[in-house]
Design a protein. Structure first.
Length: 283
């Protein structure tokens, strides 16, 4: 037989301050509830990635509602995960009440960080999966028509006419007009560029110079207004997303502390979780 080392009665167990099982369980529950609520929000029109089909139809009010839904989702999901992280953790008998409460809050915060990391990885994987299809669709549109795909509708409106174009370089004209429209939306548009675009429209559609210039001005003003509205909606949605994550961290902290108090006192959180006790009689 192999001699066993003598048992040391003075050996002290190394304390474990992070109960990773409770943290992981809370993070999984928070991520699952987040996915369910976000999917439900997308089903009723409160999508997170984009509150509208295209940038032309973006609504600031809809972006705000989407942000509020995201805020409620973060509070509910991280509160659930934080409560589980605090409730499932092993009780510390040697720590003071203040120290136990602080450690419970730390468990909720670690759970929050892990859940955010899981959500970010899932979002990245989804984006990488959908990006090739979107790029192929945009490249196909660009190769077919020649102009940038994001302003193809504006170019269609500029060159709308009943006669067929006789110029064999029609696609090159559309591509050049699309680049000019894109520049007009994103930056300051010089009068020379606008006058040149008006001449392109007049030459292709047969409109009088004054009518062509009026069409160009109307379409550019409409595109700029829609682009500005899309930018405001994107800023609101990004701000609400960041705020939701921060508020979710606070909710996870306090929910973990509540879970720890319920754990130490043996309190059932609500009537929904009340357990029916059965008396087993042995014969």
């Amino acid at each position: 037989m192999v001699d066993q080392p003598p048992f040391r009665r003075d050996a002290v167990a190394v304390p474990v301050y992070i109960a990773w099982g409770a943290v992981i369980a809370g993070a999984i529950a928070a991520s699952a509830l987040t996915f369910v609520l976000i999917t439900f929000g997308a089903a009723i029109g409160l999508a997170i990635a984009s509150p509208s089909a295209t940038w032309r139809d973006t609504s600031v009010a809809l972006a705000l509602l989407s942000g509020l839904w995201l805020l409620l989702t973060a509070v509910a999901s991280f509160a659930l995960g934080g409560y589980l992280a605090g409730r499932l953790r092993t009780t510390w008998d040697t720590a003071t009440a203040e120290e136990v409460e602080f450690r419970d809050g730390i468990h909720g915060l670690v759970m929050w960080g892990l859940a955010v990391l899981i959500g970010a990885l899932l979002a990245l994987a989804t984006a990488r999966t959908l990006a090739p299809a979107a790029n192929d669709r945009d490249n196909t549109a660009s190769q077919t028509t020649g102009e940038p795909s994001n302003v193809a509708y504006e170019v269609d409106r500029l060159f709308r006419t009943d006669r067929r174009p006789a110029d064999p370089n029609d696609q090159q004209i559309r591509a050049e007009a699309g680049r000019l429209v894109g520049a007009a939306i994103g930056t300051r548009f010089s009068p020379e560029d606008q006058a040149y675009l008006s001449r392109l429209v007049a030459g292709r559609t047969g409109l009088a110079p004054a009518d062509a210039d009026r069409r160009v001005q109307e379409i550019l003003n409409d595109a700029r207004a829609r682009a500005n509205r899309a930018r405001r909606a994107a800023v609101i949605l990004a701000f609400m997303t960041a705020s939701s994550l921060l508020i979710g961290a606070v909710a996870a902290w306090f929910a973990a502390e509540a879970g720890g108090r319920h754990r130490d006192s043996g309190q059932v959180p609500s009537m929904l979780f009340r357990r029916t006790r059965f008396t087993v009689e042995t014969r």
